[in-house]
Write a new protein. Structure first.
Length: 256
């Protein structure tokens, strides 16, 4: 069985927002449902095309996949970046298209407050970075040291499929028996600007909630049938936005 994981990595409670605005996204529940729907004894292939999103949603998907009682395969078709790289490593096997790109970088957070609030954020970011590195080092084994992977995260490293395979993040390349990996050029330098511009346009849950409230106030029908409950009034909206502050740690920051 195959399942597409396209677009933003988001939490279950925010998925309905992305569905309302028809923005491609997936959440931990998407992965749970795919595992439940896959026929017994059949492997689950997750087709990944994602620039990342919520790091904590990525952590949840990683953990769910690690506990899966069936074979799971992550197939990178175009891009696995940021939190999406954590998701892919939850699978038992990771394969990539010859034209795919993998990007790893440091997480980021928006902080408001005094110097102590910012110091607390630094501590949180360091802790999240170590958690991400745990997934990377477990996958790479002896091929890449923790220090090397940390260095690559600091530079927001863009990698071709052969480069990611060399590090140990990818197990195989689709059709590699018929192609010469050495002939695949690293085009990250040429496309990086365009990809960053694209990623910078992705809206956070907080921004989508603001736009949702504006549209509903203008008379647009409220969302129905999405995962999670939509805000009913401005007070509930503000409370929901406050809860989303921690979700601003969007393992997407190095792209913006």
């Amino acid at each position: 069985m195959r399942k597409q994981l396209n677009g933003e990595v988001v939490s279950d409670q925010d998925l309905w927002l992305y569905q309302f605005f028809e923005v491609p996204a997936f959440s931990p529940q998407t992965v749970r449902e795919a595992l439940e729907e896959a026929p017994e004894g059949e492997e689950l292939v997750l087709e990944i095309n994602s620039g990342g999103g919520s790091v904590f949603a990525g952590f949840e998907m990683y953990s769910v996949l690690q506990r899966a009682q069936r074979k799971t395969v992550a197939e990178i078709q175009s891009l696995a970046a940021s939190a999406a790289t954590v998701v892919m490593l939850g699978c038992q096997e990771v394969v990539a298209s010859p034209v795919a790109q993998v990007m790893i970088h440091l997480p980021s957070v928006t902080t408001e407050g005094d110097r102590y609030d910012h110091q607390d954020s630094i501590g949180l970011l360091d802790s999240v970075t170590d958690s991400i590195l745990n997934a990377y080092t477990l996958k790479c084994g002896p091929r890449s040291s923790r220090d090397e992977l940390r260095r690559l995260m600091k530079t927001s490293a863009w990698m071709t499929a052969p480069e990611a395979k060399g590090l140990g993040l990818v197990d195989g390349i689709l059709g590699e028996d018929e192609i010469d990996p050495a002939a695949i050029l690293n085009c990250a330098g040429g496309v990086c600007h365009g990809i960053r511009a694209m990623a910078a346009g992705h809206a956070s849950p907080a921004v989508l909630r603001q736009e949702y409230a504006r549209l509903v106030a203008q008379g647009k029908a409220p969302a129905r049938g999405g995962i999670g409950e939509e805000p009913k009034d401005e007070t509930e909206l503000q409370e929901a936005k406050a809860k989303l502050e921690l979700e601003k740690i969007r393992f997407f920051g190095g792209l913006q």
